[in-house]
Design a protein around this ligand. Structure first.
Ligand code: AKB
Length: 312
């Protein structure tokens, strides 16, 4: 028998592609997409959809009971740049939504849960290169503080109540189907759109700002893989480091110029520079490789090819 899956925040950058991937795998009717508002037409037409506020426990519980949901992917969150502008709203959304699903799992109303963490759990005092799984973690952003707290709560619910929660620390994610919103790594998506539309881009980060990044196909594969791994192999119940590539704005611009030679980049750093400066430049993901066989497939060149081909 097929299991029923609920995606909360299905219309966002990750949620959209995750919904398509899970529907392909488990059948359209078995994957319930939900969000605070409707998303792209293809997603809405491809299977069941519910309007759902991730901070409303009873509303989530009703959907879980109605569809006899077994697994939940909680993808709703306020990202780093927006969270700096609305700290209390970010804390409320990022934490209460997590408590809602952790408590549903604690009460055995769902059996398994995915919650995304981020490289934002690291801070300015963290060693920047090949940042280890366990190292100094003193996040200096609202978003990072919420993600680090979330990790602690996930581990606590696993240890205390046996909640089967799984998580990865996503780097910046690059995708063409749905735009990201409110993140610091969003420049690495915007740049492809502007390169095709205007042949120029003004970047809000400095040219040498090196950050960990990943193409969306890799991120979706990692998400589904960690959820399909037998529970006893998941040794880390806070969140796994996850890596694919690292590049700076100047390097991504050069990779675009291989395909669009007239493309020009300029730099006008804003408040997001400080956020980016507090994050690692590269990540050591040995634990994910050892425990559940993680291996990325996309480097910068392959990502650029895919982005330009699909956005054209
Ligand atoms: C952001 O920039 O806020 C996110 C992230 C790295 O978690 N993309």
């Amino acid at each position: 028998m097929q299991k029923s899956i609920l995606i909360i925040g299905a219309c966002g950058q990750i949620g959209t592609e995750l919904t398509f991937a899970l529907r392909e795998k488990h059948g359209n009717e078995n994957v319930i997409a939900s969000d605070i508002r409707e998303g792209n037409a293809e997603l809405m037409a491809s299977g069941p959809f519910e309007i759902l506020d991730a901070t409303n426990y009873e509303a989530i519980e009703n959907v879980v009971m109605h569809y006899e949901i077994e697994e939940v992917y909680l993808m709703a969150a306020m990202l780093s740049a927006t969270a700096e502008k609305f700290p209390m709203r970010a804390w409320n959304l990022n934490m209460n939504s997590l408590f809602n699903v952790l408590n549903l799992a604690k009460e055995k109303k769902i059996s398994k849960l995915f919650w995304p963490s981020s490289i934002a759990v690291f801070g300015p005092n963290t060693p920047k290169e090949h940042t280890e799984q366990n190292t100094i973690m003193e996040p200096s952003t609202v978003y990072g503080i919420s993600k680090q707290s979330g990790e602690r709560w996930c581990e606590y619910y696993f240890n205390k109540f046996g909640v089967d929660v799984r998580s990865v620390r996503y780097p910046g994610l690059i995708s063409w189907k749905t735009l990201p919103g409110g993140g610091t790594t969003d420049y690495a998506v915007e740049i492809y759109h502007k390169a095709l539309e205007e042949k120029k881009y003004s970047c809000f980060l400095k040219e040498d700002t090196l950050l960990p990044m990943m193409f969306m196909d890799d991120a979706i594969r990692a998400t589904i893989d960690i959820m399909e791994t037998p529970a006893e192999k998941i040794k880390i119940r806070s969140s796994y480091n996850l890596a694919a590539m690292s590049f700076n704005p100047s390097e991504i611009a050069k990779s675009i110029q291989q395909h669009i030679p007239e493309f020009k980049i300029s730099y006008a750093p804003d408040f997001r520079q400080q956020i980016a400066d507090s994050w690692p430049s590269s990540i050591n993901d040995n634990k994910a490789q050892e425990d559940w066989g993680w291996k990325p497939a996309f480097n910068l060149e392959k990502t650029t090819q895919e982005m330009l081909k699909n956005l054209k």
